[in-house]
Design a protein around this ligand. Structure first.
Ligand code: C2O
Ligand code: CU
Length: 505
């Protein structure tokens, strides 16, 4: 016979067991729900109802000494991404994004940057070779109401560069609200190639971003398990939701810029048509490469040339990410998401385009054969080479006029990329092999899958400034904000690094 005490004990144990099972079921159910709602697709359901906005070319004046002068006002405003819903946004000379700046190689440029926001920001010229004090990183803060006037001489080949804020700890927020624009560099070598080059007609800026709208506001919240940072559920091109663009030429050049804060796109067309990749971050390739997809992580650019047939339509799409992430990391990094991004609509008759040349431009990046040193950079969410960014610590000192090899490795299970200010580098190898076509041109930002090492050759042509650092960092902007960033200075041979200020200036 069972005693009443043991009966009570057994009942209590049974009760506790049931409670554990219920709690575990609720947790598992919650995780399963988050998992199953974490992938997003706009493929096949997107109606392309809005004409693509083409950012205006920035007005400029030319001083008697030949300096081209631009003005950028950083301001807040409202933008109706959807009719009837005005969201508060930030922009340059407008309420969202900014005009396209354009200058020739060799030209002197000056930009009057006026900050009309209620908080400090900066403007960084991503991909531009310029003096460190003009770079617009976290050491060149522009206070509310202040004007900052950098100037430099453009000294690099034709390329699709861009500009965006870089305030330490707030870059994701400032870019996501709308602060970004293109900076195109032109030169005679590129002009002679007769690539499609009529801006807004057969040469289109394609600034791709993701966003999340909640009624009348932009939602910047990071959802569950999103350790890459902010991911939106819809895409914009040049600030337009679900845009289409009429095409009147047989060949059209798309200057793709991933200006998203964390999302990685795998650009392809809905009919998987091949296209010619002609340029990467810092300029044209030596020869066009035929591809049917190109992956761009935040900050990267690709110039592609697409052939259209009269009367047809095709959709620029982003496909699933294939980067060797495990299934959990892939889903929560947005790697299972797919988007219909931009519809191209060809006119019934098209203007004939000159054929693409077989050869483009000679390589402008170093091949690493004269490298004076090889350094290692281990990238992790917790920092680069084990350290988080510190404003008053110089991590790396390079000598003006020398070439170095940087071996950059992703030691995490999550995706990262690596951007270096001031230089365009050559990718010598990626994951132990020759770089794929999309990594053969000049690069300033490179995606690194988990476990992968890339070796880069970089040449530091100066000018030297031992006191003002340039940055290198992960361009997933939340990672950058959290400190996945380091500082380097360029010094004269034998010179020591100075001491940068510990606070933002
Ligand atoms: Cu596009 Cu350091 O940034
Ligand atoms: Cu990262």
């Amino acid at each position: 016979m069972v005693s009443p005490l043991r009966r009570r004990l057994r009942r209590a144990l049974l009760g506790a067991g049931v409670l554990v099972v219920v709690v575990l079921t609720v947790i598992a159910g919650g995780v399963a729900w988050v998992w199953s709602t974490a992938d997003i697709s706009t493929v096949g359901t997107t109606e392309f109802t809005r004409p693509l906005t083409i950012p205006p070319l920035a007005a400029s004046t030319v001083e008697p000494d030949g300096t081209r002068v631009f003005t950028l006002d950083i301001q807040s405003g409202t933008t109706a991404f959807e009719p009837g819903h005005e969201a508060e946004t930030w922009g340059f000379n407008g309420s969202y994004l900014g005009p396209t700046l354009r200058a020739n190689n060799g030209e002197r440029v000056r930009v009057r940057v006026r900050n009309q926001l209620p908080e400090a920001s900066t403007v960084h010229w991503h991909g531009m070779h310029l003096p460190a004090t003009m770079d617009g990183g976290p050491h060149q803060m522009v206070e509310p109401g202040a004007t900052w006037t950098p100037e430099w001489t453009v000294a690099q080949p034709a390329s699709t560069l861009w500009y965006h804020p870089h305030p330490h700890g707030a870059t994701e927020d400032h870019v996501r609200r709308g602060l970004a624009g293109m900076f195109l560099v032109d030169d005679a070598a590129a002009a002679a190639l007769r690539l499609p080059s009529t801006y807004g007609v057969d040469d289109l800026p394609v600034i791709v971003q993701d966003l999340r709208l909640r009624g009348d506001r932009l939602d910047g919240a990071h959802t569950a398990f999103r350790d890459v940072g902010f991911l939106g559920n819809r895409t914009l091109v040049n600030g337009t939701l679900a845009p289409y663009q009429e095409i009147g030429d047989e060949l059209v050049r798309l200057r793709l810029l991933n200006a998203s804060t964390a999302r990685i796109y795998t650009f392809t067309f809905d009919d998987a048509r091949p296209f010619a990749l002609v340029g990467t971050d810092g300029g044209l390739l030596e020869r066009p490469a035929t591809l049917d997809r190109v992956q761009l992580s935040p900050g990267e650019r690709a110039e592609i040339v697409v052939r259209m047939r009269p009367g047809e339509r095709t959709v620029l799409r982003s496909d699933r990410l294939d980067a060797g992430l495990d299934f959990w990391a892939n889903r929560f990094a947005g790697g299972d998401d797919t988007f219909d991004i931009l519809e191209l609509r060809a006119a019934p008759t098209l203007r004939e385009s000159p054929a693409l040349p077989a050869a483009l431009v000679p390589a402008s990046t170093p091949d690493g054969s004269d490298a004076v040193t090889e350094r290692r950079f281990d990238l992790a969410f917790s920092g680069i080479n084990g350290a988080k960014m510190a404003m008053d610590r110089v991590d790396t000192v390079v000598t003006r006029g020398t070439t170095e090899i940087w071996a950059v490795r992703n030691v995490d299970g999550m995706p990262h990329n690596f951007h270096v200010h001031d230089v365009q580098f050559r990718v010598l190898d990626y994951a132990g092999g020759a770089p794929p076509p999309a990594l053969t041109g000049p690069k300033d930002t490179i995606f690194l899958a988990p476990g992968v090492t890339a070796r880069l050759a970089l040449r530091f042509d100066g000018p030297a400034d031992p006191d003002t650092p340039y940055m290198y960092h992960c361009h997933l902007l939340w990672h950058e904000d959290l400190g996945m960033m380091g500082q380097f200075v360029v010094v004269e041979p034998g010179q020591q690094a100075g001491a940068p200020p510990g606070h933002a200036h």
